[in-house]
Structure formats: structure tokens, C-alpha cells
Design a protein around this ligand. Structure first.
Ligand SMILES: Nc1nc2c(ncn2[C@@H]2O[C@H](COP(=O)(O)OP(=O)(O)OP(=O)(O)O)[C@@H](O)[C@H]2O)c(=O)[nH]1
Ligand SMILES: [Mg+2]
Length: 424
């Protein structure tokens, strides 16, 4: 297949934050285009007062853009803002090339790179939901959509039929995904013995690299956006007999309706369920504050969670100590890591700091306690065997003494119920 020749267009509103960062946003779109397999042959920016309902851009700009695209030999126009179905159709008609907005590019990446069963279902669902209101425009390239909906000749009746087919397919996919999510929740249920941490962050921050550095496991890492499309958990030894179950998640990105793709919901779900959130931030990224805001906005209810801010890629900073001092004014417990050079002798900050912080959390979240239970209390004994990690057990005079690593919350509950508990 010939490589698409893509022309990028950014159209921020005058005076907006987006207008200030438009160059970085377009650079990011370029990386997205590259990941999707297109060749970027040019880009342009138009600061606008307000989007027009027909073309997003003003009519004059559409005309000059048409010439620019033709001169450059573009086969595709990538638009950095979200387009309505109407704007998409009209731009395509007037420009004579295929038009995709940022969301569509990202969906395309997800579609070609999804590996797991769940990720594939999610992408298919997102594509169909995105596609439904845009059916006429998508006509020509619908056949590309995996799963082959099998659309052929145009025509209103056919369109209606296809809409029905798509709606049916959407509800079927939703049902199947719900089953998968329930299955995942069940799996999590049975794993309360080990504390859990979720690695969340902007795409390409180094989440997977950190999981690899911590666990030694073979984790897929790539210098591309959205290398990770599935959550993945590994058990990490944080020393002194403590372990953590750390989950790698799908990264976030700006200007994406994250609700569209269930993979992001899985990230949010993991973050909400975890005992601890590790918010990974690329410290070498000039724009890291904006990135961190995108993540916090999406993950939302992180306020009442333990969060450790992990500033990664320390090796790329000119002065790591000064950087850490600066960010600690805002995030007092921030950690600076270098996931890829964690064993290099020149780094004073690193993955071991993170491991130590995890250990401290593990000790607080899963303290070791001695619990005395009458042999006759079979129900409590069963609960402890299910939800705690029993390290030692002995029985004298009708009393079972258990030494166990136990969830702090459960321990509190036992105390309230009058169970005899000694810490340490
Ligand atoms: N120099 C340097 N590069 C790093 C570091 N950590 C990760 N990288 C590189 O950054 C790129 C992205 O790393 P990943 O671990 O895939 O990032 P991620 O956050 O999992 O990204 P997504 O899965 O796409 O969201 C890779 O090329 C890594 O080798 C680091 O500490 N220093
Ligand atoms: Mg990753």
C-alpha cells in the first residue's frame, strides 16, 4: 500500500492556551501520524476567532489550503481539532483529500496495534461509535475497518440498514466488554493480599520502562505514542519481604475524548482500584505540567488516593538535583527516576528510590500483625486465610495465633470488632 502523504493543520482559537502551545501540539500530531504509518509532508497553523459550522476554518483559508495541499502532493489532511461530522464531509469535498481529525488518527493507531482480545473489542467499539454519525463520509474507507461490516454501494436504504447493523454490533460489543471487565474485577478481588499500585501518566512518559526496571519482567517498550494498549500487572519485590502488584496502563494524551476508548476507562478503573497511584511524568518534557494536568483531569478522583509523583527520564536533565528541588516545592514526596539507566553509576536518583517508597507504602498498607482467634471462630479464620497472607500459625488452648500480613483496612475492622491484635 502506498504511504499516505499527510499535511497537518492546527487551528487554535486566538488567545487560548492551545494557541500558545500550538507548535508542540502539532509536533505531537506529527508523532501520532508517524506512529499511524503516514509520512508528514507539511504543516500549517491558522489561529481562528471561532470555528465555523461548515468547515471549522474560514472559507478563504479552505481555498488557500486546497492549493497548498495540491502543491505538496498531499493525500491526507490531519486536523488537530475535533471535527463534527458535517465539517468533516465538507472539508473533504472541498479539499479533495481524505480528512482525519486527531481522534480518528488515534483510533487508527489503536486499530492497527491492538493485540489482546479486549483491546481489539474496545477499538472496534470506539470506531463504530465514532463512525455512526459520520457514515456517509466514511463510506469510501469503511472497508478498512476490521471485522468487515461489508458495506458496498451507497444509497439511503443501504445506509439505514448499515446504521442498524452498526447499532446492533455496538450493543453486542458493549455486552462482551462488560463481561471482560467483570472478569477482571473478579480477578482483582482475589488478590487483596498484595498491595496494588497503578502506573498512570501521559503516553511515552516511561511507565512500561519503570515496570520493567522494577520487576525485571519483559515489558513492551517503544519510543512511540501508545506503545501500551492494555493494562498489564507484574509482581514487584520491594525488599524486606514486601511485594507490590504494579499495573502498567494505557497512557493519556491531550485533546482526545478519552471516554470514547474503553482502554482509557480500564486505566481509570485500575487507578481507582489501586491502593496507590504512581503518576509518571516525563521530566525532560518542557511541557510536563500540561501533560500532568491532562492526566489528572482524566483520572479525576485521585485526591483521596495515595499518589506518588514519579519524574522519569532524569538522565536527560541538565541538573537533576535542581529539578527535584523545584518540583518538591509542589510535590513534597516526588521521586526522580531514570528507568532506562537505572543501574548506571552516575545517576544518584533512581528506581531504587521508587522501590524504597513502595516498601514504605507496603508496610503501611499491609502491616504484619499477630492475631488471636478462638478455634471456634471458623468464619473469621476463613476470612483471614482468604484475605491475608498467613506467615505463621500455631494453636494452644483453643486459641489460634496467626502472624499475618494483612490489609490495614481489614485490621482496623477486626480491632473494632474486638479481635485481639498486636502489631509487628
Ligand atoms: N532517556 C530515557 N529514556 C527513557 C526513560 N524511560 C523510558 N525511556 C524511553 O521513552 C520511551 C517510552 O517509554 P515507555 O516505557 O514505552 O513509555 P510509556 O509511558 O509506557 O508509553 P506508552 O505505553 O506509549 O504510554 C522509550 O523509548 C523508552 O526507552 C528514561 O528514564 N530515560
Ligand atoms: Mg507503555
Amino acid at each position: 500500500m502506498p504511504v499516505e502523504r499527510a499535511f497537518l493543520v492546527g487551528a487554535p482559537r486566538k488567545g487560548s492556551d492551545d494557541a500558545v502551545h500550538v507548535d508542540e501540539h502539532l509536533d505531537e500530531l506529527e508523532r501520532l501520524a508517524d506512529t499511524a504509518g503516514a509520512q508528514v509532508i507539511g504543516k500549517t497553523i491558522q489561529r481562528i476567532d471561532a470555528p465555523t459550522p461548515n468547515f471549522y476554518l474560514g472559507q478563504g483559508k479552505v481555498e488557500s489550503l486546497k492549493d497548498e495541499l495540491a502543491a505538496a502532493g498531499a493525500t491526507l489532511m490531519l486536523f488537530d481539532e475535533s471535527l463534527t461530522p458535517v465539517q468533516g464531509v465538507k472539508l473533504e469535498k472541498n479539499l479533495g483529500v481524505r480528512v482525519m481529525d486527531r481522534t480518528e488518527v488515534i483510533l487508527d493507531i489503536f486499530a492497527t496495534r491492538a493485540r489482546s482480545h479486549e483491546a481489539k473489542l474496545q477499538v472496534e467499539l470506539a470506531q463504530l461509535e465514532y463512525l455512526l454519525p459520520r457514515l456517509t463520509r466514511m463510506w469510501t474507507h469503511l472497508s478498512r475497518i476490521r471485522g468487515g461490516i461489508g458495506l458496498r454501494g451507497p444509497g439511503e436504504t443501504q445506509l439505514e440498514t448499515d446504521r442498524r447493523v452498526i447499532r446492533r454490533k455496538i450493543s453486542m460489543l458493549k455486552k462482551r466488554l462488560k463481561d471482560v471487565a467483570e472478569h477482571r474485577a473478579n480477578l482483582r478481588q482475589g488478590r487483596r493480599q498484595v498491595p496494588t499500585a497503578a502506573l498512570v501518566g501521559y503516553t511515552n512518559a516511561g511507565k512500561s520502562s519503570l515496570l520493567k526496571a522494577l520487576s525485571g519482567a519483559d515489558v513492551f517498550i517503544e519510543d512511540r505514542l501508545f506503545a501500551t494498549l492494555d493494562t498489564l500487572a507484574r509482581e514487584v519485590d520491594v525488599a524486606e519481604g514486601y511485594r507490590f502488584r504494579v499495573t502498567d496502563t494505557v497512557g493519556f494524551i491531550r485533546k482526545l475524548p478519552h471516554h470514547l476508548v474503553a482502554s482509557f476507562r480500564a486505566t481509570i478503573e485500575e487507578a481507582q482500584e489501586a491502593d496507590l497511584i504512581l503518576h509518571v511524568i516525563d521530566a525532560s518534557e518542557a511541557n510536563w505540567e500540561e501533560h500532568a494536568e491532562v492526566v489528572e483531569r482524566e483520572v479525576g478522583s485521585m485526591q483521596h488516593k495515595r499518589v506518588i509523583y514519579v519524574f522519569n527520564k532524569a538522565d536527560l536533565l541538565p541538573d537533576p538535583d535542581a529539578f527535584l528541588a523545584l518540583v518538591r516545592e509542589r510535590y513534597p514526596h516526588a521521586i526522580l527516576t531514570s528507568a532506562t539507566t537505572h543501574d548506571a553509576p552516575r545517576t544518584t536518583h533512581g528506581v531504587e528510590d521508587l522501590r524504597r517508597a513502595l516498601r514504605t507504602s507496603a508496610q503501611a498498607l499491609r502491616p504484619i500483625a499477630e492475631i488471636r482467634v478462638p478455634v471456634s471462630d471458623g468464619k473469621l479464620l476463613a476470612t483471614l486465610h482468604r484475605d491475608a497472607e498467613i506467615l505463621h500459625q500455631e494453636q494452644t488452648n483453643g486459641v489460634v495465633t496467626l502472624r499475618a500480613r494483612i490489609e490495614a483496612r481489614l485490621l482496623g475492622r477486626l480491632r473494632q470488632e474486638g479481635v485481639e491484635v498486636v502489631l509487628g
